[in-house]
Design a binder for this molecule. Sequence first.
Ligand SMILES: Nc1nc2c(ncn2[C@@H]2O[C@H](COP(=O)(O)OP(=O)(O)OP(=O)(O)O)[C@@H](O)[C@H]2O)c(=O)[nH]1
Ligand SMILES: [Mg+2]
Ligand SMILES: [Zn+2]
Length: 384
Amino acid sequence: MTKCPRCFNVLPHDVWAFTEENPDSVSVDAAASAYKGHPVQMGTIAEVGRDPGSPHGQPDLSAISAEFGSPAVELCPICHYTLPPNWRWGHATCLAMAGARFTGKTVFIAVMVKRLQRHLEQMGQVLDFANTETQQRYRREYELPLFEERGLIPATQSARVEASHQHDPLVFNIGRWNDQPHYLAIRDVAGEDLENPGVGGQEWSFFSSADAVLFLFDPMRVQEVKDQLRDLVPTDHRTGGDPRDVLRTVMRLIGPGTPQLAVILSKFDALQALRKVTSSSWGQVMSHAGAAFTRDPSLQRGVYDEVDGALLDAEVRSLLQRLDAGPTLYRPSNPTTGEYYDSRFFAVSALGGSPQGNRVGATGISPFRCMDPVRWVLARKQVL
Ligand SMILES: Nc1nc2c(ncn2[C@@H]2O[C@H](COP(=O)(O)OP(=O)(O)OP(=O)(O)O)[C@@H](O)[C@H]2O)c(=O)[nH]1
Ligand SMILES: [Mg+2]
Ligand SMILES: [Zn+2]
């Protein structure tokens, strides 16, 4: 049993779907268009029942190709996304990013993937792109602007823009775990869309089927913090919408779903800079030597450290309270079912310091606790 990397639904075990790799003629496909949010042209699609004689129930691919008169590729039977080869042999963990504009979602993904790559190498595994689309997009939209051009990444385009890739996932193969290939599917989201209270429909239904929602909260959004930081770090005039409104929208999109919810205090380097304001109460809180948020054990080998995670969780909850984030943010419960989410709180800095203008800071990129949220999610599946 595994999920589709785009719509995050569990693939039905008794239905398989295929299309032609190089179709001669195409027409608008209703399912793909509904999940993409734009008209999508596709070739012929064949739905086939499982073959009880084959190991995973896989239908005979050569017979389907012969019928098409061209090689067949497998699709998700629900959203008609092209599945990476042998997808059903593996297991996927599906993550949805969330947060207002400028909270740091895209920069976080860019850096987290690099960290994950290093971490897997230390464990004798490799991180690989599960399809060429992910390889090209990660290179063009994440790695190149941030790590090579040392600039910042443009705001993620709204899903309403036809050329937007927002409704396509980034899919990584993270090696073999529990005797199975394991994949990580990540959906980056434009804060602009989540700040629109009317956002919804089939194209957003992945939130309710996600394994985890990573919700980022930007401390620079809080005026008191911004004021105290004014002379300490280069401040950015751009800020996103109210995180409480965005969280409410995200909860509506989750509906009765039960994803793990990671609430992440992003740009933590900015709060750490407040240590220099010794006269303020913020300076005193951030200087607390024993706090979990002053150290980063995340690159150590071994499994995710539950004790450290729980300690950090409590510290970040109380920081959010100080930041006046509101009870929905520091004790989130599902408004549809009334149950508390399976939530945990994190503090991360992807860059490790404030950017200067449109450039990454002179000291380069030195991430802090960037892998914690993903390790928490994967630990539940005995991965990493
Ligand atoms: N100080 C600091 N600033 C950061 C960090 N990460 C991101 N930023 C700043 O936040 C800005 C926005 O980051 P993005 O990753 O593009 O934000 P986003 O959430 O993807 O924004 P949308 O795509 O508009 O939703 C960046 O241009 C940086 O200026 C960090 O770790 N520390
Ligand atoms: Mg973005
Ligand atoms: Zn799908």
